[in-house]
Design a protein around this ligand. Structure first.
Ligand code: A5P
Length: 231
């Protein structure tokens, strides 16, 4: 197994320390979150945890959790979550994030916003000095607004690429929208950019998660580090 995969598993294992019986838990999306969901199922099966209800952040996570026998609920049924455990594509020193490489950013952001705490689990390749350094910023837009959103995003000084499937068709999110992956030369102020993106008609969500994560569990060769959001 390559190291990065092992680090993701270590972070996922550590994240389970924050889970207590009886919790309503937001289940993140992506490969690191999938390790966490697998471990959660093991703990439910062997009795270390009980009475957990999961709120999945994507169809893929819902399918995995169902397969593993984890009880699930919708936000309608459980509008207030104790904790969400999720991955990230980039983590800056303030624990602001870029998420959405897997395309689940909209539901991830909504579930996180319904949660008392968002804890991020990641391998240490996700740490950056400034957001936008490695990852493109995903912006989810409704198809009808694609020409407008593409133009307005270009005015914010980025290059946009419509995300596509292997067969060339546009990638479609769980809500039936499309994603523009935006490459910025520099994101000096992520909060300002977040506000500008939210103001574009047709933008449903973007992958900047500002002031949402409280803790990041970041695994690397020296073990798992617990990073707290600076106060
Ligand atoms: C899914 O939409 C993303 O936000 C993921 O949380 C993020 O891409 C991290 O994925 P990995 O854990 O697979 O790197």
């Amino acid at each position: 197994m390559i190291d990065v995969e092992r680090y993701k598993q270590h972070a996922a294992e550590q994240a389970l320390q924050y889970v207590e019986s009886g919790m309503v838990l937001g289940l993140g999306s992506g490969s690191t979150a999938a390790h966490m969901v697998n471990r959660l199922a093991q703990r439910l099966a062997d009795g270390r945890l009980r009475d957990i209800v999961g709120v999945p952040t994507s169809e893929a996570t819902a399918a995995l959790a169902r397969r593993l026998g984890i009880p699930l609920a919708t936000l309608d049924e459980r509008p207030q979550l104790d904790l969400t455990l999720d991955g990230a594509d980039e983590i800056d020193p303030q624990l602001n994030l870029i998420k959405g490489l897997g395309g689940a950013l909209l539901h991830e952001k909504i579930v996180a916003a319904c949660s008392r705490r968002l804890i991020i689990l990641a391998d240490d390749s996700k740490l950056v000095g400034q957001l936008g350094t490695r990852a493109a910023l995903p912006v989810e837009v409704i198809m009808f607004a694609l020409p407008l959103c593409t133009r307005r995003l270009a005015e914010l000084d980025c290059t946009t690429t419509l995300r596509r499937m292997a067969d060339g068709s546009p990638f479609c999110t769980d809500e039936g929208n499309v994603i523009l992956d935006c490459r910025f030369a520099n994101i000096p102020d992520a909060a300002l950019l977040s506000t500008a993106l939210n103001a574009i008609p047709g933008v449903v969500a973007h992958g900047l998660f500002i002031d949402m994560a409280m803790i990041a569990l970041v695994a690397g060769p020296a073990g798992v580090r617990t990073l707290m959001r600076p106060t």
